[in-house]
Design a binder for this molecule. Structure first.
Ligand SMILES: [Zn+2]
Length: 351
């Protein structure tokens, strides 16, 4: 599993394992350099923290603190934790729900999916479909997946982009039960192509986050999305390469489960119903090669820490904070410029 970690992370992990207490101290400068950065920016620190978090390494390098490169930071191997912050009380009651006047068969709750107490794959996918949404913006549409019962939705940054390449602050969401709502974009990341949105709802059905680092080649995956407006289409495939580094220097899950325009941002799940990625893009080939079945999903471990941070802030509070439509940064402080990317604050970014 560690073979798929970034070399810098693998080295740190090795060092921590060789130490009796599993702790290591180093300067912020050395840590940043290990990841190829000379400068300490909030975005750099975020990425390093996300990469370390995937290997369950804690680091006290603060994102918001404008401390110097000489600051001494502590790295610590975290004990294995429960990856699934979902319990039965979060889930809506199974069964008894209706869409229009057609009754739905009783569905497993996310907690039951997480514990493998579902009946078969059709039940798993039916449950994941309940957690999949359609997202509509001024210029297009895409898919998304509910990752927290209190209204947090994960999708791609490119789904919420405007024609000018800025992020929308507000989009419209259609749920699987036929209802709809406005959503507020509270965080996005252009290089990792994810965005997190908040809808003013509670008790939603949410998909538990899985562990993409445990994926194996040839393992079965399912993708759900809205290709070309065909709402909640399910496709199946396998893991073609569990960690594929493309030109963007992001590690993707390569799969032959079909991903088409409009599926972007939709969930990619295992047979157990664990969310391992969100559909991002498909390789269509170049002049010589007409490619088929080369699709890429962004692993959810890139967003795990961000989701945790938003839970800590509170989703409604996140909607009130300033959101930078350039870099997708969320911050509390006031000012005329984004403290992360330096862009002038734009109209419509704040409530
Ligand atoms: Zn910014």
């Amino acid at each position: 599993m560690e073979a798929r970690l970034k070399p810098a992370v693998a080295r740190i992990l090795d060092e921590l394992r060789s130490r009796p207490k599993g702790i290591k101290k180093m300067s912020a400068r050395r840590l940043l350099r290990a990841f190829g950065y000379e400068r300490r920016s909030q975005e750099n620190v975020r990425e390093i923290r996300a990469e370390l978090a995937r290997a369950r390494i804690e680091v006290n390098l603060a994102v918001d603190d404008p401390k110097t490169l000489d600051e001494l930071v502590t790295l610590r191997k975290r004990k294995a934790t429960r990856a699934l912050p979902v319990d039965a009380s979060d889930a809506p009651p199974a069964g008894g729900k209706t869409v229009g006047d057609r009754p739905l068969s009783p569905l497993p709750t996310p907690a039951q999916i997480a514990q493998g107490r579902h009946r078969d794959i059709t039940d798993v996918i039916a449950a994941v479909k309940q957690c999949t949404v359609q997202i509509f913006t001024e210029i297009g549409e895409g898919s998304g997946v509910i990752v927290d019962p209190n209204g947090l939705i994960l999708t791609n940054r490119h789904v919420v982009d405007t024609e000018e390449g800025l992020s929308e602050r507000y989009v419209h969401v259609h749920f699987a039960d036929g209802t709809e709502d406005d959503a507020t974009v509270v965080r996005s990341h252009r290089p990792l192509d994810y965005a997190l949105l908040v809808v003013p709802r509670q008790g939603l059905c949410a998909v538990p986050l899985g562990d993409p680092l445990k994926l194996k080649d040839a393992q079965t995956l399912y993708a759900i999305g809205n290709p070309g407006g065909l709402a909640f289409s399910v496709t199946r495939g396998i893991v073609s390469a569990a960690r594929r580094v493309c030109t963007t220097n992001v590690e993707y899950i390569q799969t032959d489960a079909a991903i088409n325009a409009g599926s972007s941002g939709g969930p990619v799940v295992t047979e157990q119903g664990d969310l391992v990625g969100i559909s991002a893009w498909a390789y269509r080939g170049d002049g010589r090669l007409q490619a088929q079945g080369i699709n890429f999903a962004i692993p959810v471990d890139y967003m795990r820490e961000e989701i945790r941070a938003l839970r800590a802030i509170g989703f409604q509070e996140a909607c009130r904070r300033y959101y930078c439509r350039h870099c997708g940064w969320l911050e509390e402080s006031e000012g005329r410029y984004c403290s992360n990317c330096g862009a002038a604050r734009t109209e419509g970014s704040e409530r």
